[in-house]
Design a protein around this ligand. Sequence first.
Ligand code: NAD
Length: 500
Amino acid sequence: MGAPQIHNFINGAWRPSQGKDWFESRNPAHPGELIGLFPQSGADDIEEAVTSANRAFAGWHALGLVKRAEYLLRVARLMEDDTEPLARIIAREAGKQLNEARADVVEAIHTAQYAFSFGHLGQYGRVVGDEVPTKRCYEILEPRGVVVAITPWNFPVALPFWLTGLSLVLGNCVILKPSEYTPMCGAKIAGYFEQAGVPAGVFQVIQGFGETVGAPLVSHPRTHVVLFTGSYAVGLGIKQEVAKHADKVCTIETGGKNAVLVMEDANLEMAVTASLLSAFKTAGQRCVTAGRLLVDSRVADRFTDQFVAAANRVTVGEPLDEQVFYGSMINQQGVEKGLHFNEAARKEGFEILLDRNTESPPTPDGYWLKPFVYTGAWRSNSVCLTEEAFSPHVAIVPVRGVEEAVAVYNDTKYGLSGSIITEDYRKAKYAEEHMRCGIFYWNLPCIGAGVRLPFGGVKQSGNLIPSAAGLIPVLTHPKAVTYNLDPTIVMAQGLSAKIT
Ligand code: NAD
């Protein structure tokens, strides 16, 4: 049986693309396995989707918060029933180990449930008092219109929900452009919305590449919000394009060079576990991956011995195998980028503690990288210490005390996530208050975010507008409403209403 050809989901139907070309999605652990063929969409598909979304907007808005929210609950239930097959698609298409893939689905379900609950609570907007007691003042959060969600491959189901759940409940229509490396996951999401009976044009998926689909959706005059998650370079370009449109807003969630800080008094077993999870889960291909372990020099030797021994035991292999610690890289470019960073650590004169890339790969033709660990003093001009490697590549950097650890943490252009392992609440509090980051943990890995808190970074990790629970002000604009209950007009600030 050949691989399926899967169309775009536009205006409530699986619409053949106007373009004739298809692109392939392949299993990165077994590139011989073709998962599906997807359209290389173009201008006509984009026009059709944008027109459908704008047409659907008034009816979707008129449905009201609670009814809109109920669709998200239906979608969540459909995903619950399909968790296992969907997790297996993620594992096959993104190379994520099955347990991680399942967590991706659960995160998506929780996000859809969160969006539903938000709508059902119906608590949005404020009622405020006025200087004139006979006036009633409140704000209505109006949806902005058509939201474009552009997502990366590494959370191929969870991330689209982070960006679309609240968008829809708040009354916007959504066009999702999934990563070209995980189009099957994007198509599956469209399928749940179709099964849930979401009205035509309210949720659409267009497949294709960044330049030919993502960029035209961003610059289109009839799209109103761009929610982007991906690399800094692309995010910056999107922000610059959005700045040309007075009525368009965007969020960009980009990369990081995150760290785990291990203090002198840390529970070392916890520190090693937190560091392994932070450095190597998803083969280091998370925006919140720790590329740096900043360890107090008084425990650095002990920590290093234990961490390197554990990194040596970490199992890398078949994503569908529940027992492995992490699966494959997404593609050959990901492998090359990781190897480039490993080489940079050598060239920059760091001491290499572990490089398991001489071991035979789990499959001969798959995309694999094994753990790479090195150590040396902090240098702010080092490429491998300061740039995002997006691979299982981690440095152990000795520091002295919490103040130096925090100063080193802050000494990169990124500011996404960080954690501190310490038994001393004063050190934790110092780190919480002085680390320039969007996401902070105490005695935890620096990965593992949930939807109930905002998610985002500072500096080159994003434009300070977090996603998840932090998105509401981006997805709506507040309309200020004032009613007068008095038979006469009384103006505020003592302004005379007398007609003379
Ligand atoms: P990427 O920037 O290459 O691609 C992300 C998405 O943008 C894809 O859908 C792609 O097709 C699209 N795109 C590419 N060029 C575009 C353009 N010119 N205009 C519009 N859209 C365009 O990123 P990736 O390789 O898929 O993901 C890895 C990056 O994502 C890493 O830097 C990682 O840190 C980051 N990331 C950030 C977060 C976060 O929340 N901060 C979460 C996950 C991943």
